[in-house]
Design a protein around this ligand. Structure first.
Ligand code: SAM
Length: 337
């Protein structure tokens, strides 16, 4: 390795497979106000105590260190991020960190409507909202709460306020909401929303059986029963979604295929859990404990070394499709989806 290459690997988050990591998703709480059947329906995992959870100032310090190593994109998630006290002030401080180009939020939308002004004034322009059905009773069946009107109202208000893109995340499950794929896709004909169909991932304890997983090819086939989908090439906000559009539609369709065609080769992500663990892959329990390190009084330089150490652990790809794969023990709500 040349001196220049060595300097670069120490100042940037470049892993063993030459992927440059520039994106961190931070779960600010493991608490959620919903119990979605595919996520954490039993809420069995003991929830973190006040002391176990990273304080906002600790998260901000870690993000500043990460930004110094090239992290430029942050997404706040959970659990449900909007249930944590002080979240709006935190978003404000986060968005002001030097070097960050993009700060966004993933929420179930239940507490969104009345707080959109605060989110906008914090500098957040992009929101992902999870919604698995357009029917009130079905939303209740999936999430355990009667929240459809609330969430849909928040989506429309966010649209009126100019948030863009608004991405709607739907996890299709056979026998539950697979009769609504086309209804969701049709939203892209009337609104500039990005409708994202996410393949169910078997993580932690859920209520979903192996036969209920719906893969992207099946989803796409169903969506094309109303019109062909045209692939979208390039453009901003590239992520794991393979993007399509119906002809002349203002909105988009995204297929997220972690199972049928994983996107590990271009994965640029790290995750920080609410308990302060830096995870290098959503589908692996490998992690580095930053909370203990920060509370032991480590200097920024030492924490930077821990980021670099974590990055060296990042596997080439997840192993979920392999027969001998280890199950992912953690719940999605604890890791932050
Ligand atoms: N509470 C927030 C929400 O509902 O958007 C943020 C956390 S949630 C874990 C983030 C995303 O992960 C949601 O869009 C949810 O649908 C998705 N998700 C949760 N469990 C999943 C699973 N087992 N497979 C695929 N996606 C999942």
């Amino acid at each position: 390795m040349s001196k220049e290459e060595e300097r670069l690997t120490k100042s940037r988050l470049i892993d063993r497979y030459n992927r440059c990591l520039s994106y961190i998703r931070i779960s600010i709480t493991d608490q959620c106000n919903l119990k979605c059947i595919y996520c954490d329906p039993f809420a069995r995992t003991p929830k973190l105590t006040h002391d176990d959870i990273l304080r906002y100032e600790e998260m901000l310090r870690l993000v500043r260190i990460g930004a110094g190593l090239g992290l430029s994109k942050v997404r706040i998630t959970g659990g449900e991020p909007l249930v944590r006290k002080g979240v709006y002030e935190f978003l404000h401080q986060l968005a002001a960190i030097d070097g960050l180009k993009d700060v966004s939020l993933t929420t179930n939308g239940v507490f969104l409507k009345d707080n959109l002004e605060k989110i906008q004034s914090a500098g957040i322009k992009r929101i992902n909202i999870s919604l698995d059905s357009l029917k009130r009773d079905k939303v209740m069946q999936i999430s355990g709460r009667d929240v459809f009107e609330n969430v849909w109202g928040a989506i429309l208000k966010a649209h009126e306020m100019g948030f863009h893109p608004i991405k709607l995340n739907m996890v299709p499950i056979k026998g539950i909401n697979d009769d609504e794929l086309v209804d969701f896709a049709k939203l892209s004909l009337n609104y500039p929303f990005h409708i994202r169909f996410i393949e169910y991932m078997p993580i932690g304890n859920t209520r979903i059986g192996p036969g209920q997983q719906l893969l992207a090819t099946e989803i796409q086939k169903e969506l094309e029963t109303i019109a062909p989908l045209e692939p979208i090439e390039g453009g901003g906000h590239q992520g794991p979604a393979v993007r399509y559009r119906y002809k002349d539609a203002p909105g988009e369709i995204g297929l997220i295929r972690p199972i049928s065609q994983h996107f590990c080769g271009s994965c640029n992500r790290l995750r920080l859990t609410a308990s302060g663990q830096l995870r290098v892959c959503l589908l692996s329990d490998l992690q580095v404990d930053l909370k203990t390190a920060i509370r032991q009084g480590l200097l920024d330089e030492d924490l930077k070394e821990l980021f670099l150490k974590a990055v060296r652990l990042k596997p080439m790809s997840h192993k979920l499709n392999e027969e001998c794969s280890e199950p992912v023990e953690s719940q999605m709500s604890a890791i932050g989806g």
